[in-house]
Design a protein around this ligand. Structure first.
Ligand code: SAM
Length: 270
């Protein structure tokens, strides 16, 4: 079984090329397993201020472009930009349309002009950015006054069932760690953007078995990139220990996997 999960600890810099390669490889399988991602992005869309009418919007970390197409339907008068660090995701998204331009780029160093966007929408991408203050600072630079940054991300508590179950098997880092919610609060408060709303909400998914969960993480491209992750294949004895520990958590609907989702809407002051 491959060891998989989510994004890296702030301070333990991820290799962006690895992130990009991992998501590029997952582009073809991503949509078939992205139910949580669709729920979260739809919820984020519903949180956009009702009066918002951006002339240009940016889907930051657009992946397969599902929400670029949704944003295009919501704001048909606006020009759409879809940006991602993974070329494979952009190749998948581009023929499906939705945005006028599909751009390869890094959320921490946006290749966009100052004050050029009325909305930056980003669903489940910034947890991959080790330097979140840089993402906020770039958003502030690229937004026009009155513009909105709406993002959904993951925080501490995400995939804890998998993390705790792995602990029964060995001492290695199998599941990436996440920023605490309090760090999102502090960094958003210090960003120079006005915090319109910022909250944490758990989403709990259920799986028939551990393998279904780890396969889904792989199909999403959400590989564990932490320093300390196991190098090769994982031994059978450790897998058995993992499965036994996770089975203790079984509920009527199956094995629970909790995602602690951060929803934020910020505005650049006029
Ligand atoms: C879990 S997917 C979410 C995709 C899409 N927003 C959705 O909701 O379906 C995360 C995406 O963020 C992208 N990503 C990760 N780090 C990034 C960075 N530093 N800059 C831009 N995109 C990044 C990945 O390549 C991947 O496509």
């Amino acid at each position: 079984m491959t060891d998989l999960s989510h994004p890296p600890l702030p301070g333990a810099l991820p290799d962006k090329r690895q992130v990009a390669a991992s998501f590029s490889r997952a582009a073809a399988s991503y949509d078939s397993v992205a139910a949580l991602q669709r729920d979260v992005g739809s919820e984020l869309l519903g949180r956009l201020p009702s009066a918002l009418m951006p002339r240009r919007w940016l889907d930051l970390g657009c992946g397969t472009g599902y929400f670029s197409r949704a944003l295009n339907s919501t704001f048909p008068q606006g020009q759409g930009l879809a940006l991602d660090i993974a070329e494979g995701m952009l190749s998948h998204a581009r023929p499906l349309g939705g945005a006028e331009h599909f751009i390869a780029g890094d959320a921490e160093r946006l290749p966009l002009q100052d004050g050029s966007c009325g909305l930056i929408f980003s669903s489940l991408a910034v947890q991959w950015c080790a330097d979140f203050p840089a993402v906020l600072s770039e958003a502030r630079r690229v937004l026009q006054p009155g513009g909105v940054l709406a993002f959904a991300s993951l925080c501490v508590g995400t995939l804890d069932e998998l993390r705790d179950s792995w602990r029964a098997a060995d001492a290695m880092v199998h599941v990436n760690r996440f920023r605490p919610f309090s760090t999102y609060q502090q960094q958003c408060a210090a960003s120079g953007l006005r915090v319109v709303s910022l909250e944490q909400r758990p989403h709990v998914l259920h799986y028939p078995d551990v393998r279904s969960l780890t396969h889904e993480l792989k199909a999403l491209g959400a590989h564990n990139l932490n320093p300390g992750r196991p190098g090769g294949l994982t031994g059978r004895a450790r897998i058995v220990a993992l499965v036994q520990a996770y089975e203790q958590l079984r509920q009527a609907q199956g094995l629970p996997a909790t995602y602690q989702v951060v929803y934020a809407v910020l505005e650049k002051p006029l």
